[in-house]
Every structure is written in structure tokens, then in C-alpha cells.
Design a binder for this molecule. Structure first.
Ligand SMILES: Nc1ncnc2c1ncn2[C@@H]1O[C@H](COP(=O)(O)OP(=O)(O)OP(=O)(O)O)[C@@H](O)[C@H]1O
Ligand SMILES: [Mg+2]
Length: 475
């Protein structure tokens, strides 16, 4: 790895220099061969003991400059002036063969000055969950942080559940700049730092954007498109705090996330979100709220005249709705086979979603079934589906390529395989018992979410809804 550490070159108040804490017995769980290749790295090399030591935090590679990034954030609406990487350590950045810049970060690598009460560690379950979910998202075409490798530490981690095996995730991403990173400096009145951060965010994520207003507009657009993609996949992020809102529009922090099985728009998924603040149907509003926080941080850079700055920033945040709506329509339009969905198609799409919710259809299977002719089976009362399908067929008749064209569009927009909770849970349970084969099988299936054969066991929904009702949180 050849490091080029742009974040470490920022002034010292952006981070705390911090080495990972070595672990007892590093054990390789996985190296992501496809991603390594994309990054210009040799997966065989990364699987050698020296690199396993690096992924565990026991060895610092040449050129790395390890640090914990400072950030703040609103958690469930409440302001926390000081968060920061409490268990993640950025080793440094490398440039891939295509010029792309990658942060190499170890999540679960030990305590940092931002750890507060935490132990700086992660246990194997959430490490595997993040690995599987983030790689599934990448294969589904959703912007996300990635998983390059996972290792076990040979040390126990203590959580509510008791003694658990420790692990470290090597997470890579085009950056780890969060809305909360901006908030950290805005709360301190540090305009100079905001300026540096703005320049870096533009260079790394939104080249071409001009100044703070340009950054805000680009971040809002990226966030709107991202959340529309989440919605179209039945994905619930679960912890959309501003410290988990990425300024480049990547999905970040897979703590309590889930893909829905049975479609419940207001489904509450995690034990840390008992009021459903981050339920599926609330995600667009929450994203707007998070963007408004970014906007307020950038005000002093947008215009010296505060009234003007507020007006410009407000307009930029309000643009979310139109971008989101267009993306939502295109995504859901494709899901029902439309090449170019029109505004009036919203009723058709909404009609199907209402039906799915009323009949507790499986979100993924119902949509995939449209392409495969099995959608009707996902509804308790097939007759209700038939009534909707009449209007749908009539609309499809106006589209290019007839039913064949529509089927191809649906097969490309509706995955057959998603990381279902019960499958992820199975993989974790087996891994804790020392068997990593189910994890590797699931990872392989998720790499090709649209091409799974009809008899793939990973297509199946859980037998009973209560399987997904169990709550969990990601630490
Ligand atoms: N076990 C831990 N030890 C120390 N700090 C922790 C631990 N777990 C979480 N934190 C810190 O608590 C804050 C909020 O945690 P959150 O669950 O959003 O993040 P995370 O899952 O650790 O990481 P990320 O957002 O980087 O994916 C962050 O500052 C995080 O670093
Ligand atoms: Mg987080």
C-alpha cells in the first residue's frame, strides 16, 4: 500500500493521532478479493500474516499515519458536541489504479481520546453484519463504505449479551467526512477549519462544486438520490444521526440497519430507536433535517450577509424534495417495469405499495415476482393483486419493448437476494461457533443480487414475521 494521507495533513484539531491497540491473536476471517483488485491491491498478499497483523492493528504499515477523526453530531435529535472515532482508527489513504482515493480504516481497533465510556472494540456479530450489508449495498449499486477485510482478535468483548468474540473490520471509503464533522467545527466557531473541510469534501466527493453553497447543493442532491435508493430496496438505515450522514452521499454505519422482509412502512427496527424516528417511511424527512444541519454549519461560508446566506442555504435544502421525488419515481418506476415513469405513475406505484402493506407482502419477493410472474403468490388475497395488475398491464402496454422490455427492466431493478436478517443472523451464529462457511456463502450470494438462480436458498423470506421483529443494536 502506498499511502498519501491528506486528512493527516490537515491541522491537528481535526483529529487525535492514535495507534490501534494490539490484540492477542489476530485471525483472518475474510479478505474481499474483488474490492482489493478494484483498489489495486493483491488479495493473496493481503491474506498473508503480515497483513492480518495490520488488519488487527498489531502492525502499522509503512507510510500510514494513524488517527481518530473528530466529529460531533445530533443523536436522535439531541446535540452531542463531541463524538469522534471512539473505536475506529484511520490508518491513512491510498490512491487506487484509477486515481480514486480510499480511506483505510480499522473499526474496533481500540480506545481513542473520543471513546468516552466505550471500550474501543467491536464484536464479531456487527463486524460481519456491516461486512455483509455494505458489500450487498455495493453490489446493488448503492453508494456505500466498503469492507476490505475482517479479522478476529482472540480477545473477548463484553456486551449486554455477555462475553463475545472480538473482531476488527477494515472499512474503506472515499472519505469518512460526516455532517457531524462540519458540526464539530461550526459549534466551535472555527470558520477556518470549515473552509478546509469544505475544500476537502469538494475535492473528494463533489469535484466541480463551487464553494460552500456548491458543496451544500451537491451533498443535498447526493443524499436525496441515496435515500431514494434505500427506499426502493426496502432498506432501513436505523441510525440516521448527523454523525452517520456522509457528506459524499455514501451509506455509512451499518449498526442497526435492516432490509425489510414484510412491508411495514413505519416499521421500527432497532432496540435503540423505540419511537421509530428512523423508520423506513421517515427516512426522507430525516435526511432533509440532517442536510439542514449541514446548511447551518456552512452559513458563514455561503455569504457574509447572514440573511442572504440563510435564503441561499434554505433554497439548497428545499431542493431535496424535487431531486428525491424524481429519483423515487425513476427507481420505483423501473421496479414495476417502466422505462420512463411519469408523475401520474405515482398513483400506480402507491397503489401497489398500499396493497403490499395491507397484505403484509414480502417487499423484495413481491417486486422480484413482478419480473418472474410470481408476484401474485406473495399476496394473501390474490384478487386484490389482480385488480391492481389490470391497470399495471394497461400502463406497460404504452412502454417500449412490451412485456419483454418491462421484464428486463424489472429484473435489473428488483434484487432476488438481499441480506435478510435471519440469514445474517445464521451466519453470525455459525461464525461465533467457529464456522465461517455460512458467512462466505452469504457473501458470495450477495455479490450477484440480481442473478440468483430461482432455487437459491438465499431468496427465501423468513417463515414468520417475528423472526425480523427481534430487536438488535449494532455495537
Ligand atoms: N465500543 C465503543 N467504544 C468506543 N466508542 C464507541 C463504541 N461504540 C460506539 N462508539 C462511539 O459512539 C459514537 C456513536 O456510535 P455509532 O454507533 O454511531 O458509531 P459506530 O458504529 O462506532 O461507527 P461509524 O459511525 O464509524 O460506523 C461514535 O463516536 C463511536 O465512535
Ligand atoms: Mg456512527
Amino acid at each position: 500500500m502506498r499511502f498519501d494521507n491528506s486528512y493527516a495533513r490537515l491541522p491537528e484539531r481535526f483529529y487525535a493521532r492514535q495507534h490501534p491497540t494490539p490484540v492477542a491473536v489476530p485471525g483472518l476471517v475474510a479478505v474481499n478479493a474483488a474490492l482489493a483488485a478494484e483498489m489495486g491491491l493483491d488479495p493473496a498478499e493481503l491474506s498473508r500474516p503480515e497483513w492480518v497483523e495490520v488488519f488487527a492493528g498489531n502492525r502499522i504499515p509503512k507510510g500510514a499515519d494513524p488517527l481518530a477523526q473528530a466529529y460531533a453530531g445530533h443523536q436522535f435529535g439531541g446535540w452531542v458536541p463531541q463524538l469522534g472515532d471512539g473505536r475506529a482508527i484511520l490508518l491513512g489513504e491510498i490512491l487506487g489504479p484509477d486515481g480514486r482515493r480510499w480511506d483505510i480504516q480499522l473499526k474496533g481497533a481500540g480506545r481513542t481520546p473520543f471513546s468516552r465510556m466505550g471500550d474501543g472494540r467491536a464484536w464479531l456479530g456487527p463486524v460481519l453484519r456491516e461486512y455483509l450489508a455494505s458489500e450487498a449495498m455495493a453490489a446493488l449499486g448503492v453508494p456505500t463504505t466498503r469492507a476490505l477485510a475482517a479479522v478476529t482478535t482472540g480477545e473477548p468483548v463484553w456486551r449486554e449479551e455477555g462475553r463475545l468474540p472480538g473482531a476488527v473490520l477494515c472499512r474503506v471509503a472515499s472519505s469518512h467526512i460526516r455532517v457531524g464533522t462540519f458540526q464539530y467545527f461550526a459549534a466551535r466557531g472555527d470558520t477556518e477549519a470549515l473552509r478546509l473541510l469544505t475544500d476537502m469534501a469538494i475535492a473528494r466527493h463533489h469535484p466541480g462544486a463551487e464553494g460552500a453553497l456548491g458543496l451544500l447543493q451537491a451533498a443535498v442532491a447526493a443524499q436525496a438520490r441515496l435515500v431514494a435508493q434505500w427506499m426502493a430496496l426496502g432498506f432501513i438505515h436505523g441510525v440516521m444521526n448527523t454523525d452517520n450522514a456522509h457528506v459524499g452521499g455514501l451509506t455509512i454505519d451499518y449498526g442497526p440497519c435492516a432490509f425489510m422482509d414484510v412491508f411495514h412502512p413505519d416499521r421500527v427496527f432497532s432496540s435503540i430507536d423505540s419511537y421509530g424516528r428512523y423508520a423506513w417511511s421517515n427516512q426522507p424527512q430525516i435526511a432533509v433535517w440532517n442536510m439542514a444541519q449541514l446548511a447551518s454549519c456552512l452559513l458563514p461560508l455561503i455569504d457574509p450577509d447572514e440573511t442572504r446566506a440563510v435564503a441561499l442555504a434554505t433554497e439548497a435544502v428545499h431542493a431535496f424534495a424535487g431531486i428525491y421525488q424524481a429519483e423515487w419515481l425513476a427507481r420505483f418506476g423501473a421496479k414495476i417495469g417502466l422505462a420512463a415513469a411519469r408523475a401520474e405513475d405515482e398513483d400506480l406505484i402507491g397503489g401497489l405499495l398500499d396493497l403490499m402493506a395491507a397484505e403484509e407482502a414480502d417487499f423484495t419477493r413481491a417486486f422480484r415476482g413482478l419480473a418472474e410472474g410470481t408476484a401474485r403468490d406473495e399476496f394473501v388475497a390474490g384478487a386484490a393483486f389482480d385488480a391492481w395488475a389490470g391497470g399495471w398491464q394497461a400502463r406497460l402496454a404504452q412502454e417500449p419493448g412490451g412485456m419483454e422490455g418491462a421484464e428486463a427492466r424489472m429484473a435489473a431493478a428488483n434484487p432476488a437476494v438481499i441480506p435478510r436478517n435471519h440469514r445474517v443472523q445464521e451466519a453470525i451464529t455459525a461464525a461465533v461457533a467457529g464456522d465461517f462457511a455460512p458467512f462466505h456463502r452469504l457473501h458470495a450470494a450477495l455479490a450477484d443480487p440480481f442473478g440468483a438462480p430461482p432455487d437459491s436458498p438465499f431468496r427465501t423470506a423468513p417463515l414468520a414475521d417475528q423472526v425480523v421483529r427481534r430487536t438488535f443494536c449494532g455495537t
